[in-house]
Design a protein around this ligand. Structure first.
Ligand SMILES: C[S@@+](CC[C@H](N)C(=O)[O-])C[C@H]1O[C@@H](n2cnc3c(N)ncnc32)[C@H](O)[C@@H]1O
Length: 325
């Protein structure tokens, strides 16, 4: 039964009154915010039949966002299909860190950048990529990828307006080769729930989001490790990889970044209860700026949250060890 609030907080209009029976049915099903949810359903459905269908699906336990077909993410209305991961509010923190990095690169450049090259890996609905373009401006070049065809279809709708391209396949494999060494921001909200904890998730996630979107393997870090190992090849000098994780996993996640040849920094939002690992690729040697990259780079300041450096960049290669600062 749905006992938790929706993953996002849509801007519901208090002016629309919900029929009492709809509220009662939602409340009986365990919806804590039954009146708000009823209003949202009534505002979204076009006919009484659609209201009934939506109420039934919500009572059956589908996430509200899948029922009404959209989720709010950083003020954007993200279209959502049943079976596609619902973007979480805590992931807005990853986006804010990515924006800080891209803005820092831009202001550090002695010459203007044509527009940041952004990759949204494991894109799901495409919410992260869409929010990054909204924040960084229309000259941003957005590329997204996901292994799940339903997610790819959904993401294509959400990034079409901003000229984003969405590819289907395993991690980096489907991305155009021309992006190698040119990515300014690589955002990857990978699945990171340990396999034996998936069964403990709320039923909305466990029963209505695909396992591939949740299950991160034995310690939750299988996909993250693969992303960290492959990222450096795709990042521009000074470009960065951002991955969301839990505080408990953060140290091991940072180690994976260091093994991949990136400098790792952890930044935490206590308010949203989330940690983001930010990995930065080495800057280009003096006099050798990468195409479309700024000539000089400085690390950006984190805009919010608690931040601390975690590891220094070792020489890349297997067996590299972190040195905790
Ligand atoms: C936690 S969801 C995040 C979705 C989206 N980025 C967001 O924040 O709302 C993880 C996504 O990773 C995708 N995924 C899992 N394994 C993958 C792989 N090996 N290659 C590409 N995508 C993968 C899933 O299909 C899912 O859409």
């Amino acid at each position: 039964m749905p006992a938790s609030p929706p993953a996002c907080s849509p801007a519901w209009s208090p002016a629309v009154a919900a029929p009492p029976d709809v509220v009662d049915r939602l409340r009986a099903a365990g919806c804590v915010f039954a009146e708000d949810e009823a209003r949202l359903i009534l505002r979204t459905a076009r006919t009484p039949e659609e209201v009934e269908a939506m109420v039934r699906r919500r009572v059956a336990g589908l996430p509200l966002e899948q029922v009404v077909g959209w989720a709010e993410f950083r003020g954007l209305r993200i279209s959502l299909d049943p079976g596609v991961f619902v973007p979480r509010r805590r992931t807005e923190f990853l986006v804010s860190q990515a924006v800080a990095h891209a803005t820092g690169r831009r202001s550090a450049a002695r010459v203007g950048i044509a527009g940041a090259v952004v990759v949204d890996l494991c894109c799901g609905s495409g919410a992260v990529g869409a929010a990054l373009v909204a924040a960084l401006g229309p000259r941003t070049a957005l590329f997204a990828a996901d292994v799940d065809p339903a997610a790819v279809r959904c993401a294509r709708r959400n990034v079409a307006d901003v000229g984003g391209r969405v590819y289907e396949g395993d991690l980096f494999a489907p991305l155009p080769a021309v992006l190698r060494g040119r990515v300014d921001v690589l955002a990857a909200n990978v699945p990171y729930v340990p396999s034996d904890a998936v069964g403990l998730l709320p039923s909305e996630a466990r029963d209505h989001e695909p396992l591939v979107a949740l299950d991160g393997g034995t310690d939750g870090l299988d996909v993250l490790r693969r992303v960290a190992a492959g990222a450096r090849e795709w990042l521009a000098p000074g470009g960065c990889l951002l991955v969301e994780t839990s505080e408990r996993q953060a140290a091991r996640a940072a180690l994976a970044f260091v093994r991949g040849g990136l400098t790792a920094r952890l930044t935490t939002s206590e308010e949203l209860d989330v940690t983001v690992v930010v990995g930065t690729a080495p800057a280009a040697p003096p006099g050798r700026a990468a195409p479309d990259s700024p000539a000089a780079l400085v690390p950006p300041a984190a805009p919010e949250g608690r931040t601390h450096g975690y590891a220094a960049p070792p020489p890349p290669g297997p067996g590299s060890k972190s040195s905790k600062k």
